[in-house]
Design a protein around this ligand. Sequence first.
Ligand code: HAX
Length: 436
Amino acid sequence: MRETLKSKLSKKITEHRPRTARLLQEYGDVKVDNVTVAQVIGGMRGIKSLVTDISYLDPEEGIRYRGYTLDEVIKNLPKPKGAEMPSVEGLFYLLLTGDFPTHNEVDQVIEEFSKRRIVPRFVYDVIDSFPESSHPMVIFSTAILTLNRESVFNRQYKAGICKKDYWEATYEDALNLLAKLPEIAAYIYNKLYRKGDRICSDPNLDMGANFAQMMGIKKPYDDVSRLHFLIHSDHESGNVSAHTGHLVASSLSDIYLSISSMINGLAGPLHGLANQEVLRWLHEVMEKMDNKLPSTEEMEQFVWNTLNSGQVIPGFGHAVLRKTDPRYKLQREFSKKHLPNDPIFKYADLLYKVVPPILKKQGKAKNPWPNVDAQSGVIQWHYGVKDYDFYTVLFGIGRSIGICANIIWDRALGYPLERPKSVTTDMLEKLVGIKK
Ligand code: HAX
């Protein structure tokens, strides 16, 4: 019998289950971490309390997918003929199984996605009913939610599925959803910004090329899309979008409910929306400068003005990273190769020089370096996607790939309902000995 992604995953799951079971049964009482008052009040920063084998974020080095750096992932994943960047379908294979697929195995996943990509009419009807002034992330989240009617997991759960098989129904839902996301996103883009002119997808293309086709943007936008989806796909489990997806799925909400929720978390300006904020901020500067590139001193003044008015500099800082984000570096390298003379790239590059010393001097941000969002919108703008409200939708497609892989594994390993415990301020004061 031909080995498919699903049969390979099934083998991996069977091999992995005893590891989790042993840790729980024999070592369940071993302490992993201590928790301080600052962490309890401060958004649970750094508390080690989630497990994922799909990616790991080292504060100094950045993200690794299945143990591989992004450079290694890009080098070792198969690429479509003539492409600079690997197929996203191969990335999904790697995230799920931990193995680099062959060309043949990637083709099988492309075929699977292609079979599942048709979006039901009722989803388009829901999208069409939104006013044009709605934010695309709201439409995107709702469109995903609407698809919950199609959930294989829900159908099988109602029919009485065995716990051990939850992951298989979830796998079906995940593939059905991931295959449709680029179609939904392109439809929203065309509705909001191109007067509804729709370009049909091509079932023979991989996800990146197909997305470029539906956006109506020529090469190398296929590689831009592949790179964008790849670098945004996962950032371990504690960030807002990943954690939301995991949390909601832990109540056995189906993949549509879970991914729609994670999209809502991603839509905040301190998280995924920062990519549109970077472009908005840069344009404010450009307007004030009459499109002329500011001198270093002028740019420094713009940065200080923003900080002094109590706002953050979007695209800089990170809750975990303490170095320049490798996702930023990859996009910068791509920009240096493909758009070195783009005025916005020059602005963004000037910021790279100017912002870190200022944030260090201000002394508040623990990480003064740029994150993924400092550069992604710059590339989109260059290739004609100038409606920056849309940028977080692109992030959302990428992030869904990693979160779907995580939710499938959550179900396979039987991770339970998430339920941390809260305390009151009175309790904290008593604990530390404050008398009132
Ligand atoms: N500009 C100005 N001040 C900043 C800053 C920035 N870029 N980054 C951090 N700070 C400030 C914080 O606002 C905080 O100030 P207060 O003490 O007054 O509250 C202080 O420095 C300490 O913050 P931190 O511990 O370094 O950072 P956090 O873990 O609290 O927050 C953030 C991390 C990413 C939210 C933060 O760096 C930020 O707001 N950055 C700008 C927005 C941004 O780029 N977000 C995208 C991050 C990447 C991501 O998730 N993408 O999806």
